[in-house]
Design a protein around this ligand. Structure first.
Ligand SMILES: Nc1ncnc2c1ncn2[C@@H]1O[C@H](COP(=O)(O)OP(=O)(O)O)[C@@H](O)[C@H]1O
Ligand SMILES: [Mg+2]
Length: 202
């Protein structure tokens, strides 16, 4: 599996006077579980958007540098292509879920990849089984709890079979994530883990 390499990324939101990310270099080696922590407003979510290719494609601002997946520059790649390499789960699942029912959300990503029907059906079943939501497939998403929506956002991302998954979490969720890591959920397939502390303030 290729590394992710962030190569001198500087990003300034449209209308802002200072960059949020400044000449950032970071390599995420194959199979590593990386935890990026730092105070609110330091640009962690902005970096996640760059990793997902949403910066610069969908967010207004000025970017220099690139994010590479192996030799491929994801900063200029089609978003659908990026999502097959690097999946992102946002902090608030309401920003991510676009379908009415659990089952429709499970099918949405694979349908967008124009996969054969049998493959779509198989991925839907795997998503529901992986998160224990088989019995909720016809539920309306809006009526579910925040935790259930988080699970749907996770399986919707995994349904694209990305090589890496990036999760943006509030500080309060870190303990939950540590527990997930300790049971091998978040870091399935990871051989090592490391924690990267966000650089000192800009
Ligand atoms: N869409 C946006 N437009 C302008 N500024 C933004 C936008 N999103 C985030 N910012 C600003 O960028 C900085 C970093 O935000 P963010 O990446 O969300 O940090 P973190 O995830 O570490 O809390 C903050 O000062 C925030 O106000
Ligand atoms: Mg954030």
């Amino acid at each position: 599996m290729p590394n992710i390499r962030i190569d001198k990324v500087t990003f300034t939101y449209a209308g802002a006077s200072e960059p949020v990310l400044r000449a950032l270099d970071l390599v995420i080696p194959e199979s590593e579980f990386v935890l990026l922590t730092g105070p609110s407003g330091y640009g962690k979510s902005t970096l996640a958007l760059a990793l997902a290719g949403l910066i610069p494609a969908r967010v207004a601002g000025y970017m220099r540098g690139s994010v590479y997946f192996g030799a491929d520059n994801i900063s200029v790649m089609d978003i659908h292509k990026v999502s097959q390499h690097i999946g992102i789960v946002f902090q608030n699942p309401d920003n991510q879920l676009v379908q009415q029912t659990v089952e429709e959300e499970a099918a949405f990503g694979p349908e967008n990849l124009a996969l054969p029907r049998a493959e779509i059906a198989q991925r839907v079943e795997q998503s529901l089984a992986y998160t224990g939501m088989e019995g909720m497939r016809h539920e309306q998403i809006y009526a579910l709890s925040g935790g259930q929506k988080q699970r749907i956002a996770i399986f919707a991302t995994l349904a694209m079979r990305p090589s890496y998954m990036c999760r943006s979490l509030p500080q309060s969720a870190l303990e939950v994530m540590r527990r997930m890591a300790s049971v091998g959920c978040s870091r399935r397939g990871s051989s090592t883990s490391s924690t990267a502390t966000w650089p000192s303030p800009l």
